[in-house]
Design a protein around this ligand. Sequence first.
Ligand code: INI
Length: 157
Amino acid sequence: MNGIEQIEGSYLPGPGRYAIVVARFNELIGERLVEGAIDALTRHGVARENITLVRVPGAFELPLAAKRLAAQKRYDAIIALGVVIRGQTPHFEYVAGECASGIARVSQEMDIPVTFGVLTTESIEQAMERAGSKAGNKGADAAMTALEMVDLLRKLT
Ligand code: INI
């Protein structure tokens, strides 16, 4: 794209504070997402003292906690983590849908990156695969997206 101004975030935004908010539902898998997110942040230069970890009961509660964290204005980005498994509940669509749209709404309304590291899978096996076994770690992916968005938003101010 010669001659075109291009703006893109990098994974090294420099100093910043990050909040991770995780749902306790399906806790063992959720903890793997947290480990992935913390690993990604610290490998990219974020000091452990600049990371806050908040736990909520389930994915449905993630947007409200993210909103409070955003309102504190202490954080550059919020990483929302959780695990919603279709086989476990007849109201999968409601929990997963409200969680996803709530997180998007908080991000836009509060003007802060709130990244979506919530697994929505058919089975516990699929969730495990995406929490650090054969299909990567969605928590790490959400942390990387947070880093990139922090850098991008700094460039767009
Ligand atoms: N919460 C989850 O995070 N994952 C799920 O799979 C799930 N299921 O299966 O129901 C779930 N339900 C709880 C929900 O998030 C709320 O905590 C609850 O409805 C109270 O508001």
